[in-house]
Design a protein around this ligand. Structure first.
Ligand code: PLP
Length: 463
């Protein structure tokens, strides 16, 4: 029996023509297929296994410059693959709706205590399934539908979950956006204040997905106090730098901070909510559950505990300083090689390149770089005339490369390769020889910095 209809949407080359149900063998008759509790993925589901192995190889072979990515520890991978995934709990440690929660409670308490210690605050919620869910819970805690929110425009470096038109937050709340200066790419605090005083928002959000500079958290708080708003600092992209002590902590200036654990914090995919205001605990907890989520993804919470534990170690402070040094090295190298960098540099793990002078789009540039093994994303830049699908910019992040061991000299070299490719693309040269040369050098560099050796050999049955 073929399920052609189901697969119609996918490109032909990723479809296996065999019957998609065939792997289960006599599943229906015997209730459990042979090896259900014993055998690993490679023998039970070779198709999925193969794709996963090839993805590991892709990560090994490319230079990952996407700012929202990182490379988690072996310990994190192991926590994610444990049987606590079978446990369902709702509520919070000590106040669950189901029995058998003693180990779940231990793990969640560990994660909460580590988050509080790391970010020097009195409240943490480790349940949000993602950064967007964490932000949605903050909306749920403080706003009624239709109330006003002041946040950074998506095209200036904000985030979908801060009230973008297509997002629930943009459809159900009244959103006012501040931008950044077209001249220097920086937030204009006078503009933020004017908008806040005019529109009297209930919630003000700072922090974005493509803003490379330190935000004036104290200045934002002053404005929030002037109009009686709650201040949310979304530190998705720089939480690791805050944890490592090389970036200002938005707490206690912000009433609430949200973060993702999988970007610069170098852990599992998921979100956090933090606050140093003791009286917000009930509001925030009930906004997460039962407000916007149901049961807890406990293996993710276990992996968050691991990530936060790792971030408390002294090695993580060195990682954070290296991230900052590497981001600056990449920015410096690009600028030195004739590429425009928005704001002229960075204070975070990410930076934005302005391609307008080269008359290139982010779309074409990112596609060409990927062929050489340099993986990044197109991004709108301040005052961009192109659509978000095309853009006039590129966003680069150094968190993943730093994890695999790259230092300033590697990032300086990467900057040169990027600049060479962009100049060649801009002047209409034949790209093929240059692409081949750079791809070979990228391969040499990635070979020198291996990741997950043993997992690729799948010698560990727990994985
Ligand atoms: C990445 C990011 C998030 C979270 O995104 P998810 O994909 O939902 O985890 C939230 N806010 C900002 C500013 C981000 O950059």
């Amino acid at each position: 029996m073929k399920h052609k209809k189901t697969y119609k949407l996918y490109p032909k080359n990723i479809i296996n023509e065999s019957d998609p149900t065939s792997f289960s063998g006599d599943f229906l008759n015997n209730h459990l297929h042979p090896g259900y509790f014993k055998e690993g993925l490679a023998s039970i589901d070779p198709e999925v296994h193969q794709a996963l192995i090839e993805e590991e190889q892709r990560q090994q072979d490319g230079i990952e410059l996407i700012a929202s990515e990182n490379i988690v520890s072996r310990a994190t991978l192991e926590a994610l693959g444990k049987a606590i995934i079978n446990k369902t709990v709702e509520g919070y440690p000590g106040a669950r709706y189901y029995g058998g929660a003693q180990h779940a409670d231990r793990i969640e308490i560990l994660a909460i205590e580590r988050a509080k210690q790391l970010f020097k605050c009195c409240y943490a919620n480790v349940q949000p399934h993602s950064g967007s869910q964490a932000n949605l819970a903050v909306f749920m805690a403080f706003l009624k539908p239709g109330e006003t929110v002041l946040s950074m425009d998506l095209s200036a470096g904000g985030h979908l979950s801060h009230g973008a038109k297509a997002n629930l937050t943009g459809k159900w709340f009244r959103i006012v956006h501040y931008g950044v200066s077209k001249l220097d790419g920086l937030i204009q605090m006078e503009q933020v204040r004017d908008l806040a005083l005019t529109h009297q928002p209930k919630l003000i959000i700072c922090g974005g997905s493509a803003y490379p500079r330190t935000i004036d958290f104290a200045g934002f708080r002053k404005i929030a106090d002037e109009c009686g708003a709650i201040l949310l600092a979304d530190m998705a992209h720089f939480a690791g730098l805050v944890a490592g002590g090389v970036h200002p902590n938005p707490l206690p200036h912000a009433h609430v901070a949200t973060a993702t654990t999988y970007k610069n914090l170098r852990g599992v995919r998921g979100g956090l909510i933090l606050s140093d205001e003791p009286n917000l605990e009930r509001k925030l907890n009930s906004a997460v559950f039962p407000g916007v989520q149901g049961s807890v993804i406990l293996n993710a919470v276990a992996a968050k505990a691991v990530c936060l534990g790792e971030a408390l170690r002294s090695e993580f402070r060195e990682y954070a300083s290296q991230v900052l040094a590497n981001a600056r090295s990449l920015a410096f190298s690009l600028i030195n090689n004739g590429i425009d960098v928005v704001t002229g540099g960075t204070d975070t793990p990410l930076l934005l390149v302005d391609l307008r002078k080269l008359q290139l789009t982010g779309k074409q540039a990112s596609e060409v770089l990927e062929v050489s093994g340099l993986i990044c994303n197109k991004n709108t830049i301040p005052g961009d005339a192109q659509s978000p699908k095309i853009t006039s910019g590129l966003r680069f992040g150094v968190s993943a490369g730093t994890t695999r061991g790259f230092q300033e000299q590697e990032f300086s070299q990467i900057g040169k390769w990027i600049a060479e490719m962009l100049h060649a693309l801009s002047s209409g040269d034949d790209l093929a020889p240059l692409t081949r040369t750079i791809h070979a050098k990228v391969k040499e560099m990635t070979n020198a910095f291996p990741i997950y050796e043993k997992i690729t050999n799948h010698s560990d049955p727990s994985l």
